[in-house]
Design a protein around this ligand. Structure first.
Ligand code: UT7
Length: 331
């Protein structure tokens, strides 16, 4: 079996629920203000799933668009990787639920649990699969219904997140109009795990029939600490990626960062000495959609024709774990 000469993103797509919750809507039931949320985070609104729109449905819609973009059909997909921390159910996994929705009856499918960096973990896993199986067509999906794990009484977290999904089709290249995945670096530090948790209902904090769910069932985090680590880790990993590829920041045409907080993005850009006009930012419209953030932004930037052929694009993310990573794409 020949090793593929390049591994490509052949198509991308995104899907978000129709319902929008604006900062002004939030003011009605949370002790917050549009002014605070906008100035501290850059978020103006977020999309919210209904009970009929679980993680796999959002992911399947994004995947259909990514497949259409790649000119492929669901039958051609050989592997499904689903990055999420909010699966429809623990068993079957969200990747299996998504596969059912797309009518992909057989083949390997699995969930990836790496919080906001999950999509980059998926890209790296897809690269490995295509290297071993050059004929593989891997669907990598980041899909989250973060609001299913949000405590609306915790104003420090509930204003930050939103629901949505993004997807990419990965296969041996070349992929006309797509991008080569040149390199990926992933890293993490489990000693920082306490900074962002969803504990309740896990085997270390099991729920018994009739139990009331506690605050630990929801996302809990130490925002300020995460902020510092986010800027530091993304700066370090992007520089490491550039060094490894013998590139400088000036060689990069666009950076697509995880959309968690506009101030995190601004601090990162400053540290990297990169130009803000070349950074793709959509946090105002979606909030932090965790594993869906990067593939939504990538798909949207491509839909808007903002990435001309020949562009070098860096994706970079951080998240609960803590973990972080960066990928270099050549369009
Ligand atoms: O994908 C990874 C997920 N996590 C993150 O990316 C989180 C990274 N961290 C952050 O984005 C920021 O730390 C936050 C947006 C979470 C918070 O911003 P901050 O500037 O670090 O604010 P803070 O937590 O230090 O709170 C400042 C003040 C506090 O009031 P006092 O103690 O100064 O009176 C908070 O109680 O702001 C208050 N506050 C709010 N006020 C209005 C916290 N949340 C809100 C709110 N509305 N929603």
């Amino acid at each position: 079996m020949a090793t593929p000469t390049s591994i490509c993103i052949a198509g991308t797509g995104l899907h978000v629920p129709e319902r929008i919750l604006t900062n002004v809507d939030l003011e009605r039931f949370v002790d917050t203000s549009d002014e605070w949320i906008t100035s501290r985070t850059g978020i103006k609104q977020r999309h919210i799933s209904s009970a009929q729109e679980p993680c796999s449905l959002l992911g399947a819609e994004a995947a259909k668009r990514a497949l259409a973009d790649a000119g492929m059909s669901p039958e051609q997909v050989t592997h499904v990787l689903m990055a999420t921390f909010t699966p429809d159910t623990f068993i079957p996994s969200a990747s299996y639920s998504l596969r059912s929705r797309l009518g992909i009856p057989r083949g390997m499918a699995m969930d990836i649990s790496a919080a906001c960096t999950g999509f980059l973990f998926g890209l790296e896993t897809a690269r490995a699969l295509v290297t071993v199986h050059p004929e593989a067509v891997v669907l990598v999906v980041g899909s989250e219904v973060v609001t299913s794990r949000i405590n609306w009484e915790d104003r420090g977290t509930c204003v930050l997140f939103g629901d949505g999904a993004g997807a990419a089709v990965i296969a041996s290249g070349p992929a006309p109009g797509g991008a080569t995945i040149v390199d990926v670096i992933l890293d993490g530090d489990s000693s920082l795990g306490e900074l962002l948790t969803v504990r309740g209902g896990g085997s270390a904090a099991p729920l018994c029939p009739g139990d009331r769910i506690g605050d630990d069932f929801f996302v809990q985090m130490q925002g300020r600490e995460i902020f510092k680590h986010a800027v530091r880790s993304m700066n370090t990993v992007v520089r490491k990626l550039l060094d490894r590829q013998n590139l400088s920041v000036a060689d990069i045409d666009m950076i697509i960062p995880h959309q968690a907080n506009i101030r995190i993005i601004e601090s990162l850009i400053k540290k990297l000495e990169f130009s803000e006009e070349k950074v793709y930012i959509n946090i105002a419209s979606y909030g932090n959609t965790s594993a869906a953030s990067i593939p939504i932004a990538l798909a949207e930037a491509r839909e808007k024709s903002l990435i001309p052929e020949g562009s070098k694009v860096i994706l970079t993310s951080f998240g609960g774990g803590l973990n972080w990573g960066a990928a270099l794409l050549q369009f």
